[in-house]
Write a protein that binds this ligand. Structure first.
Ligand code: PEP
Ligand code: MN
Length: 341
């Protein structure tokens, strides 16, 4: 970062700025101009925020201009090669792959999840989703089958061979969910649950990190930084729509965020058109758009009987609707030389 001092700062003030920088473990590079002095601050990412706050508290400092992003490990500038995240032999995100996760919003029974797993696999999905622990706005809504749900997911993996993606809501569930999941989903509502991010960072299991519904792209990448900084580089980002003034859709799918995140980060970025749209009829068009845009994959809600679903009934696709959507998306993926997997 660069510190811009007020015009006419005294040599003592310049020295105080340099000393503050050094005291916090950074090196200071003073450059005196005709009217103003600027000081370059060089050092690692940790402590960056403290030094910035300390400098802004000094009378002589007019501005502190950050150079580069506050995230390092998630940044493409520090990691030119695109990361590939390997969930199983048949489920890899990044590179040329276009990878689809599909399944119900919630696991409701063994029959429901096994039937869905077989149907989505037949249409080309590489992983099965299904919430066992559900983050619901109301405490009176269905909270998920929890442990039983995890067992039904294991049965569905056994029957289909698909990798399992399921949400981890709380660090206290980590050990249990870890036994069943091949990839942890961190939901939009937990994107800034920093203790949860650190816990999945310490595990070595791939993480699907949803963007918070009011999070900026920078905050989303900082959330990924939490996971990466604990040593887990197997992170897939997921854009799932943000809150805007628009009421016609549940959320506004921010497709530009996908392209921006891919430019700023080496991590794969996928799209959840189901949570964004909130309506089944919009899921196929949004999926086609996401694929054409260059997203690395999709996570789509699919249910054997959507009107009877216990959560998100309006936005789940029937098996036939998912099969048709997959045919179109696969054409687009092939046109862009991506390998559907
Ligand atoms: C979900 O995938 O069912 C879900 C709750 O997602 P999000 O965290 O994006 O709302
Ligand atoms: Mn849902």
């Amino acid at each position: 970062m660069v510190v811009v001092l007020r015009p006419g700062s005294s040599p003592e003030e310049v020295a105080q700025v340099a000393q503050t920088i050094r005291e916090l473990g950074f090196s200071a590079h003073v450059s005196e101009g005709l009217e103003r002095t600027v000081v370059g601050v060089v050092g690692s990412a940790s402590g960056r925020d403290e030094v910035m706050q300390a400098l802004l508290a000094l009378e002589a400092v007019e501005r502190v201009v950050p150079v580069g992003a506050p995230y390092k490990l998630a940044s493409r500038a520090h990691h030119a090669d695109r990361t590939r995240v390997r969930v199983s032999a048949d489920c890899v995100f990044g590179g040329d792959a276009f990878t689809v996760i599909a399944g119900p919003c919630s696991v409701e029974s063994e029959e429901q999840i096994v039937a869905t797993a077989l149907a989505v696999r037949a249409s080309g999905a590489s992983a099965l989703r299904g919430g066992a622990y559900k983050p619901r706005t109301s405490p009176y809504s269905f909270q998920g089958l929890q442990q039983d749900g995890l067992q039904y997911l294991a049965a569905a993996r056994e029957a289909s061979g698909l990798a399992i993606v399921t949400e981890l809501l709380d660090p206290r569930h980590l050990e249990t969910v870890d036994r069943y999941a091949d990839m942890f989903q961190i939901g939009a509502r937990n994107m800034q649950n920093f203790e949860l991010l650190k816990e999945v960072g310490r595990s070595r299991k791939p993480v699907l990190l949803k963007r918070g519904m009011s999070a900026t792209i920078e905050e989303w990448l900082m959330a990924a930084e939490y996971v990466l900084s604990e040593g887990n580089d197997q992170v897939v980002l997921c854009e799932r729509g943000i809150r805007t003034f628009e009421q016609a859709t549940r959320s506004t799918l921010d497709l530009s965020a996908v392209a921006v995140a891919q430019q700023l980060s080496h991590l794969p970025v996928i799209v959840d058109p189901s949570q964004a749209a909130g309506r089944a009829a919009l899921v196929a068009p949004l999926s086609r758009a996401a694929c054409a845009l260059g997203a690395d994959g999709l996570i789509v809600e699919v249910h054997p009987d959507p009107p009877h679903a216990r959560s998100d009934a309006q936005q789940q696709l029937r098996f036939d609707q998912f099969a048709e959507m997959m045919r179109d998306v696969q054409h687009i993926a092939e046109m862009l030389h991506r390998l559907p997997r």
